[in-house]
Design a protein around this ligand. Structure first.
Ligand code: GSH
Length: 401
């Protein structure tokens, strides 16, 4: 009884803080939503009387909530102090490098290799932006960011572009002072389980303990999925994916959930990869793409059309190897792509060969995909929906003309 009162007190205190936050025009409602999801889960557990007695007074349960509130308050203060520099291109060219926000380490997307060099699909996208704007793909400063830090870092100008397996959602695109420029990987949320759990479908996960990373769409989708199906689960929430994987590997949860591409990557880092399996269900849409600050249309256009240039180059069969020969091409689309004919670079504030530089130095989308996550990488991911529209996928670039 005493524990129930204490638990109710925690919930009502959190609710009070959250409603207070709402009134003060909080930008990051996403954090609030994740707190609300957590509260709902806790309430559900209490209602069902399934909450282990130790959990209510366990600081491990309360601490993540307190940390989230502190992080929310800091973001509020930071956002109010934040400035929106409308001249990102000028700043980047003056500095001589692009500040690119990446993950702390997600092999295939953004991860330092044995030599400490960053590599991956998102990393190559940062390099493409540097090739377009500075003329040298190596001129990138990689800034690793946690899921919780990423939007604040962008808002505050600590990074010029965020290329960090970040899902494009309406809330993020409209309420956080940031804008998504496109999708460089169409993903979806999945579940990985230990084989000995004897489960073959996500629909059998009632009462499971699930490791999940905080500040992600993953956490929110998880709460929705279980609530909608009237299933129960116990979340084990971590700040970084490394901790979540370790928790899963050490048996602190039955299930690990995140973007499905990442599950296949993480599976390889387990002590016994063959003892874990990724379930077939995809429970959400996770279109991952590069993000910029709101308020600088020129920079938004540069980042967006960098992605489209890589896609259009694949569509037109122009690669890092063939691009020099293509200077002799009579194909009007190729001539537009590499800046021989209009629209050239003026509208973006760049020199006319900006597209050529991206393709020559980094390559087209297919080259980058296969090298980092696809058939020429250890991950061997199929293009699937990330194939071009003409090959049965949904990747599509508007005309460059
Ligand atoms: N796409 C989701 C999830 C992003 C996410 O956090 N993914 C994890 C696992 S794929 C991650 O980036 N881990 C690496 C890290 O924490 O640095 C989102 O945007 O919220």
């Amino acid at each position: 009884m005493k524990q129930t009162i204490k638990f109710s007190f925690v919930i009502s205190t959190l609710a009070l803080i959250l409603s207070g936050c709402d009134k003060s025009n909080v930008q990051d409602k996403e954090l609030i939503k994740s707190l609300e999801a957590k509260i709902q889960t806790l309430e559900l557990q209490m209602k069902e009387s399934k909450l282990p007695a130790a959990t209510t007074s366990n600081p491990d349960t309360i601490k993540p909530l307190q940390d989230k509130i502190a992080s929310l308050e800091k973001q509020l203060a930071d956002t109010n102090a934040g400035t929106n520099d409308p001249k990102t291109l000028e700043k980047v060219q003056k500095l001589g490098y692009v500040q690119c926000g990446v993950s702390n380490g997600l092999p295939g997307f953004s991860n330092p290799n044995a030599k400490g060099e960053w590599e991956g699909l998102d990393v190559e996208f940062c390099q493409a932006v540097a090739a377009a704007t500075i003329g040298d793909k190596t001129k990138v400063k990689y800034i690793p960011l946690t899921t919780e830090e990423r939007f604040t870092a962008l808002q505050l100008g600590e990074v010029d572009v965020l290329a960090r397996n970040t899902t494009w959602t309406m809330h993020r695109d409209t309420a956080l002072g940031v804008r998504f420029t496109g999708v460089n990987y169409y993903d979806g949320q999945g579940f990985m389980i230990k084989k000995n759990l004897g489960v073959y479908s996500a629909t059998e996960l009632d009462s499971a303990t699930i490791c999940v990373q905080s500040g992600t769409t993953t956490e929110l989708n998880l709460a929705d999925y279980f609530r909608f199906r009237e299933m129960k689960y116990t979340p084990v929430i971590y700040d970084t994916e490394a901790q979540a994987i370790e928790g899963f590997d050490a048996g602190r949860c039955d299930v690990l959930t995140t973007d499905q591409s990442a599950l296949y990557v993480f599976r390889q880092s387990l002590q016994d990869p063959s003892g874990a399996v990724v379930l077939p269900e995809i429970i959400s849409k996770e279109p991952l793409g590069p993000v910029v600050r709101q308020g600088d249309d020129q920079w938004f256009n540069i980042v967006r059309w960098t992605l489209y240039t890589m896609l259009a180059a694949e569509e037109l069969g122009v690669s890092s190897i063939s691009v020099d020969d293509m200077k002799n091409s009579n194909d009007p689309n190729i001539r537009h792509l590499i800046g021989l004919d209009g629209p050239k670079g003026k509208g973006l504030g760049l020199s006319d060969d900006w597209g050529y530089r991206i393709i020559k130095q980094v390559g087209n989308y297919s080259e980058s995909f296969e090298r980092t996550v696809g058939t020429n990488s250890p991950f061997e991911m199929k293009r699937g929906v990330n194939a071009l529209w003409q090959d049965g996928g949904i990747q599509y670039a508007p005309p460059i003309r």
